[in-house]
Ligand binder design. Structure first.
Ligand code: FES
Length: 111
């Protein structure tokens, strides 16, 4: 697992948000919802909506395009959708928030 810093210690404080961050060249939807952090893929599996342009409701991330809903903890789509989004592990450390990404086999070979 490759841990990449996505927020500084100062940015951990403050209001809830949804924003796109880049980690290891990958676009991630980073969310602070009710004082808890979540990281998901940034592209909606339904038709490519940008999830970081969406909003949260009752523990779900809502895609702004067609309002499909995804559970923030598990990534599961709402009943009847039959899809899911990737959820990434997060770790709060002394100097900020880190996201855990699986190492690409290509990157390992060529670095
Ligand atoms: S693209 Fe996200 S719900 Fe359709």
């Amino acid at each position: 697992m490759n841990w990449v810093k996505v927020l500084s210690k100062q940015e951990l404080e403050g209001a809830d948000f949804i924003r796109m961050v880049k980690a290891d060249g990958k676009k991630i939807c980073l969310i602070k919802h009710k004082d808890k952090f979540y990281a998901t893929q940034n592209t909606c599996p339904h038709a490519g909506g940008i999830l970081s342009g969406g909003w949260c409701k009752n523990g779900h991330l809502i895609c702004p395009l067609h309002r499909y809903e995804y559970n923030l903890e598990t990534g599961r789509g709402a009943e009847g959708q039959g899809d899911y989004i990737d959820i990434y592990p997060l770790e709060e450390r002394q100097d900020g928030l880190y996201i855990g990404l699986k190492e690409s086999i290509w990157k390992r070979w060529f670095s």
